[in-house]
Design a protein around this ligand. Structure first.
Ligand code: GDD
Ligand code: MG
Length: 405
């Protein structure tokens, strides 16, 4: 339902039933590496009851054991089902390999003496890929991602409600904007919802200090907007992207299967780059390497994969985003470098923006870079939709489904 306001804006309202319909089809994937179990439990409790929870852990064996024990209790007390898998499970690596995604395997990991098949590489992007496969195997039409170190369960709840409302809106509203007017009516539009936090407070000397965005987002958003302005030639885009690093986001499972996922923390910024590069709306400025071509011969997931049309919503939430911010300066620097690397190596970046970014990275930022101060190019995987999903049925042996009903 829409209401047009005097200031030219429009309010959209959706019923509780409409949101529930999306939630029943939504898998919430929680990547988790050595987070405090009590914090993780709080985050899980914030996830609406009808969503399927998929926890992809990369924790130590002790941490994983504690997570499983917590889940048993959580599932019994809430009467719900959670899937839990460990990223370094060797069985998972062999199934990914057999299904046609050997690129995700680190063959140096694991015990060679036991003829190990290696392990799925560490990284948040890789955890998200595992979760997406499990969502698809469980028949879910949408995937959402929530970090395990969210301190405020109410914020998690709001993110999930916003995922549902945003996805519903994207799938049911008329096409808007210059790049959206050629969606074919019979196809369900591909949709993505990216969360923009209202504030990201820090605790300094026991006091809550508000700030609008995190250090990484500030830098990566700025350069993502420089890129967007240069490719669209539209000055109004100077402050348009507010969610380059949206750790919390959701999308159609079909979109997740068609996208090229990037490794680690490059995953969210690269989604934007990948969708713009593959939209067919912007001519490449450099030949570059087509996404995934350096690592595979897999065919795109579907004919549509070569010209992606996606409705992307950036939605601001009300709760403060408070998470574990004690992961260190190097952690932030690595994340900035990974984000800026996706922009620097994009096929769409102009020489001018590239040179300016290079200057910024080497002179002002002082972050980890590769040779000659060039940000490293992220590892990018082929679309998961090209894999043989029948093989994945074997995956069931690698995960625990904690289920009390
Ligand atoms: N399974 C798995 N494997 N989980 C991981 C891994 C991994 O290799 N690495 C990190 N995680 C989990 C963490 O435990 C956490 O739940 C979530 O992924 C995010 O990782 P953090 O290390 O907490 O990242 P951050 O808080 O600094 O950054 C977050 O926000 C950024 C935007 O500010 C992330 O979501 C980033 O991706 C995002 O860009
Ligand atoms: Mg965090």
């Amino acid at each position: 339902m829409y209401q047009h306001l005097d200031d030219g804006s429009t309010t959209a309202c959706y019923s509780h039933e409409s949101l529930k319909m999306i939630e029943r089809q939504l898998a919430i994937i929680v990547p988790c590496m050595n987070e405090e179990v009590l914090i993780l439990q709080g985050a899980l409790r914030g996830i609406p009851h009808h969503c399927l929870i998929i926890l992809v852990s990369n924790s130590t064996s002790g941490g994983f054991k504690a997570e499983r024990a917590m889940l048993d209790h959580f599932c019994a007390s809430t009467q719900r089902r959670v899937i839990i898998v460990h990223q370094a499970d060797p069985g998972l690596a062999s199934v990914f390999s057999a299904a046609g995604m050997p690129h995700i395997i680190d063959h140096g990991a694991g015990l060679k003496s036991q003829n190990s098949a290696g392990r799925v590489r560490s990284g948040k992007g890789e955890a998200m890929m595992i979760g997406t496969v499990l969502a698809k195997l469980n028949g879910k039409q949408f995937v959402g991602f929530i970090d395990a170190d969210n301190f405020v369960p109410g914020a998690v709840h709001e993110y999930c409600k916003v995922f549902a409302a945003g996805l519903y809106h994207a799938l049911n509203s008329p096409p808007l904007g210059p790049y959206c007017n050629d969606n074919t009516a019979e196809e369900q539009p591909l949709a993505m919802v990216r969360i923009k936090w209202k504030s990201k407070p820090k605790i300094v000397d026991g006091k809550l200090v508000t700030q609008e965005s995190g250090r990484c987002s500030r830098v990566v958003n700025t350069w993502m907007n420089r890129l967007l302005t240069s490719i669209t030639g539209h000055d109004g885009h100077a402050d348009f992207i507010k969610t380059a690093n949206a750790g919390e986001h959701a999308m159609s499972t079909n979109l997740a299967l068609q996208l090229n996922f990037a490794t680690g923390y490059a995953v969210e910024p690269y989604q934007l780059i990948n969708m713009w590069e593959r939209s067919g709306a912007f001519p490449p400025t450099s030949p570059g390497t087509p996404p995934g071509s350096g690592v595979t011969n897999l065919q795109p997931a579907s004919p549509a994969a070569s010209k992606l049309k996606v409705r992307i919503l950036q939605i601001e939430t009300l709760n403060p985003h408070i998470h574990d911010f004690g992961k260190g300066e190097e952690h932030i620097a690595r994340m900035q470098a990974q984000g800026l690397g996706t922009i620097y190596h994009s096929q769409l970046v102009s020489q001018k923006v590239k040179e300016e970014l290079h200057g910024y990275v080497t002179e002002d930022l002082g972050i980890i870079t590769g040779e000659n101060g060039v940000p490293e190019e992220a590892r990018v995987y082929p679309p998961m939709g090209g894999m043989d999903f029948k093989v994945f049925e074997e995956l069931r042996q690698c995960y625990t489904s904690t289920n009390t009903t």
